[in-house]
Design a protein around this ligand. Structure first.
Ligand SMILES: Cc1ncc(COP(=O)(O)OP(=O)(O)O)c(N)n1
Ligand SMILES: Cc1nc(C(=O)O)sc1CCOP(=O)(O)O
Ligand SMILES: [Mg+2]
Length: 367
């Protein structure tokens, strides 16, 4: 802060008393420093996010929104604010949290920078009110744009990962649930559904929370079977709903546009219904009869061929698929498959995952 003082200044032998900085001026100076520092913080954070949108996601629209926000922020940066900067005298420049020294992955890097931008904007909103009649309002609006950007970016990343996922592991009850899932993740699995039809909610919540954390630590998506409430409670990436489960429209209202919703389908009518209702992906099956879904008649590979020709959204062939018949399913047109027993009961889930993926990556993905 500038020294408050009453320096003398000699001018032609006349002693002029320079007025000390008034308290109001001193406060204004401090406010300018705060605004200067936070305008920079907000712009820097946005730049980091913008680089990922541009180079990591190739998403020009998201990158442009970051750029527009940065430009808008720059327009508020006045010469007085810049002049108030005193980097050497800023006690905060040396402070950094250990978490800032290391980022586990892109997601945590983005999260940290979104947090930083939102925090800076909140400061700009409050202190800006003391400086310009419109500054508080402008930063409030920008802060909401940043929230929207964050959720759009997260949703986009989820969809991208869904598109890239060829193998979908649907779990069954197991004493080795976490270690089996981790073994599959090590083999390259990027999509997991937690399915337990009988456990208490307390157990489901606990397991789902652990699985979500595990999946995210490997950069994989975590989907909850049947239950929208549990999906929200554990911050899952989405939910899988069968024909007897909650209608997609209601699930969408509860989950919002950025989470994934999958739907089981057994025939063309169910497929068209799921697409019209806005499902992000569908299950196609059961291709073969399976003890995991007792009483549900197999569709055969004919429905797989139908899906290959007619389904514009990602779809996963499911039901009785194993390493011995995977190529028959691929030959019928499948590019993605979902399995329960083949992985949950495998002696070496990492190797089986790698085998499935090696077969599935032989074919090009369309949807
Ligand atoms: C990927 C995938 N496809 C289909 C299903 C089956 O869902 P649903 O018909 O609701 O049966 P349950 O799994 O709830 O018994 C699925 N879970 N996943
Ligand atoms: C959970 C489920 N849904 C199906 C459907 O067709 O909707 S088939 C299925 C079970 C798939 O298990 P497995 O890989 O052990 O055969
Ligand atoms: Mg269900």
């Amino acid at each position: 802060m500038k020294e408050a003082g009453c320096d003398d200044e000699s001018t032609n032998g006349v002693v002029v008393m320079v007025e000390p900085y008034s308290q109001t001026e001193q406060i204004q100076h401090v406010i300018y420093r705060i605004l200067d520092a936070n305008l920079d913080r907000a712009r820097e954070g946005l730049r980091i996010i913008e680089e990922w949108c541009r180079f990591g996601l190739n998403n020009a629209q998201l990158a442009l929104e970051c750029k527009h926000l940065r430009q808008e922020i720059a327009n508020w940066h006045t010469p007085q604010m810049r002049a108030a900067r005193d980097t050497l005298g800023d006690a905060g420049t040396e402070l950094s949290h250990p978490q800032e020294e290391q980022r586990a992955n892109i997601k945590s890097l983005l999260q940290a920078n979104f947090g930083r931008v939102q925090e800076a904007m909140r400061v700009l909103e409050e202190y800006g009110k003391l400086t310009h009649p419109n500054m508080g309002k402008a930063f409030k609006q920008m802060r909401y744009r940043v929230y929207t950007l964050e959720s759009t970016l997260l949703g986009y990343q989820r969809h991208q990962l869904l598109l890239r996922s060829r193998l979908y592991l649907v779990t069954s009850q197991s004493e080795n649930l976490l270690s089996t899932v981790e073994a599959a993740l090590k083999g390259g699995l990027t999509l997991l559904q937690y399915r337990d039809k009988t456990a208490d909610d307390t157990v489901r919540l606990e397991q789902a929370m652990k699985l979500r954390q595990l999946c995210h630590s490997y950069g994989a998506l975590f989907i909850m079977n049947d239950r929208v409430d549990l999906a929200l409670a554990v911050d899952a990436d989405g939910v899988h709903l069968g024909q007897q489960d909650m209608p997609i429209a209601i699930a969408r209202q509860l989950l919002g546009p950025q989470r994934l919703i999958g739907r089981s389908t057994t025939n063309s009518k169910e497929m068209q219904g799921a697409i019209a209702d806005g499902a992000d992906y569908i299950g196609v099956g059961p291709v073969y009869e399976t003890p995991t879904k007792v009483g549900k008649a197999a569709t055969g590979v004919e429905y797989v061929s139908y899906a290959a020709k007619n389904c514009p959204i990602p779809w996963f062939a499911i039901g009785g698929i194993d390493p011995n018949n995977i190529n028959e399913v691929i030959d019928a047109g499948a590019q993605r498959v979902a399995v329960v027993r083949s992985l949950m009961e495998a002696e070496q889930p990492t190797l089986v995952t790698q085998y499935f993926l090696s077969q599935l990556y032989r074919v090009k993905a369309n949807a």
